[in-house]
Unconditional design. Sequence first.
Length: 392
Amino acid sequence: MTVAIPQHIELAYEYPVIFTRQVFDAANPVLAEILARAGDGPHKVGVVVDDGLAAADPGLLSRITDYAAARADRVALVEAPLLVAGGERAKSDFSVVEAVWELTHRARLCRQSFVLAIGGGAVLDAAGFGAATAHRGVRLIRMPSTVLAQNDAGVGVKNGINFFGRKNYLGSFAPPFAVVNDHALLATLPPREARAGLAEAVKVALVRDALFFQRLEELAPRLAVLDDEALLEADIRCAEAHLQHIAGGGDPFELGSARPLDFGHWAAHALEEATAGELRHGEAVAVGLALDTLYSCRLGLLGPAEAEAVLALLDRLGLAVWHPALERLDMAGAIEAFREHLGGRLHLCLLAGIGRRLEVHEVDMARMDEARSILAGRTRPARARTSEHPRE
């Protein structure tokens, strides 16, 4: 006998993504209001901070503790903020994940408590994985401190760490309780890190929003010098576009294989792995965008003038479109690894115009190699100039 009991479960997730400045100023109500959404306080909060951010902003830890003291009706800080490894170190092993587990155990944080993770995307990914797996899910508030995290990595529902030499091999989908983008935190960023985050803004404009692409072209002179207000505008619009896709794209937890927001990412992930993280994620994405843009052009999907506009914008933003690792990259192997990452049939996002995408399910490797060769030939003089004027 066979018995089937059908189930249909619908869950509504709601979390705010807030842009503000000086969130730990006692007069700023944002964090206290977020905690108030969970009911009467005070609420137990364990704070995890990127050690690179703490070193760049020596007053941050005292501002956190002072804020908690001033807002004691809402915030019950369980212990001094915990410093964890920043950058790709955060995702290279279980150290940050275990630090979050130990914090939740030591401070007796429960599912009604909070982990506040402050730092770059790698710290948020690792700390988020720790919070999602402690008690099957401690509430997480993300506070991204990089451009890339504020406009992309920190606003979505994914977290994880690298394993078996593969990027994001371990992880989970766990929506945060809230995301707080304190734009003032970006003042601590080295120019290289701030600029790298702009690649995701270009990407989302290319696949979703031609008007946003035009606006990035208009803002390019100001973005190139990291003008604060231009950077804020680009960050907000990029975050909005990512959130619109997550909420309205029909597959927030990526149960299918299509990944329209992964345009350029098959090569980017492979380049990050090939350079052992020396190439920043945003820098790798810029190279991936350039490669897939030229491939779209070689297939006749994208006009030469449009392809040139993409490469020109990346160049004007100070984002290199070539790295020597691309020359050595086993592209067929990287595409197969990307297919495995998707968990099924290959879905590769290409451009049918600026702001218009389409999905393909196979790759003409000869044309892809042509795109790589064109990119290499185009960028060799630029590489020589770049060596005279390092970006940091």
